[in-house]
Design a protein around this ligand. Structure first.
Ligand SMILES: CC(C)(COP(=O)(O)OP(=O)(O)OC[C@H]1O[C@@H](n2cnc3c(N)ncnc32)[C@H](O)[C@@H]1OP(=O)(O)O)[C@@H](O)C(=O)NCCC(=O)NCCS
Length: 174
């Protein structure tokens, strides 16, 4: 089980709130909520059903490495999620693996949870021996991923004109 702290608030003051970052396999009670958020934000607008997402998520619960879904939670409360997958963007099938579906509950945003989830996903991939990882995002998130140390590889990819980002895994403790 991984523990996290949201660190500093916007004024730089230390915050006491703590949360846990775990593999969904060990926190299956959050699976329905994770599926709901992925469906509403990404899959539903493209015509998929909630059952489609639930089936895909079941795959994350059944395998040992990828795909893997992580959840942030605190005292039984779901806070956010992220998933590592082998492929995420049909137009760039040569790249793998990807960090996808990064989501923080709206009322929990702006406290570093997104960065913590992303960092945990990066660490998980690094532990799997991954050297280079990718993610795709709308251009509105350009400042966000750049600030978190990702390298902008391409812009305007695919029908949704996504940015493609790359990150080289750094050795643990580096
Ligand atoms: C993007 C998201 C995961 C960030 O989560 P978070 O916990 O608020 O992120 P953090 O607290 O680590 O970082 C907050 C910073 O990111 C910035 N940020 C967050 N969302 C942003 C956006 N859509 N565009 C630009 N900047 C954004 C905030 O302004 C804040 O900047 P500041 O620290 O300078 O004030 C969250 O807003 C979210 O779930 N959005 C909806 C789903 C989504 O777009 N996911 C990304 C898919 S690629």
């Amino acid at each position: 089980m991984g523990e996290g702290s949201v660190g500093n608030d916007r004024t730089g003051h230390a915050m006491t709130s703590r949360f846990l970052l775990d593999d969904l396999r060990s926190q299956r009670m959050y699976a329905t909520t994770v599926a709901d958020r992925i469906w509403r934000e990404w899959w539903g607008p493209h015509g998929a059903t909630l059952a489609d997402v639930e089936a895909a998520l079941d795959e994350c619960l059944d395998v040992n490495d990828l795909p893997v879904t992580l959840v942030a939670h605190e005292s039984g409360r779901f806070l956010g999620t992220v998933t590592c997958v082998a492929s995420d963007l049909a137009e760039r099938s040569q790249y793998s693996p990807w960090i996808a579906a990064l989501w923080v509950e709206p009322e929990e945003r702006g406290q570093g949870l997104g960065a913590a989830l992303l960092g945990k996903a990066e660490a998980r991939l690094r532990d799997l021996g991954v050297g280079t990882m990718f993610l795709c995002a709308k251009s509105t998130l350009r400042r966000y991923y750049a600030a978190l140390g990702w390298e902008l590889l391409e812009q305007g990819v695919g029908p949704h004109l996504l940015d493609v980002w790359r990150r080289l895994a750094t050795p643990a403790g580096a």
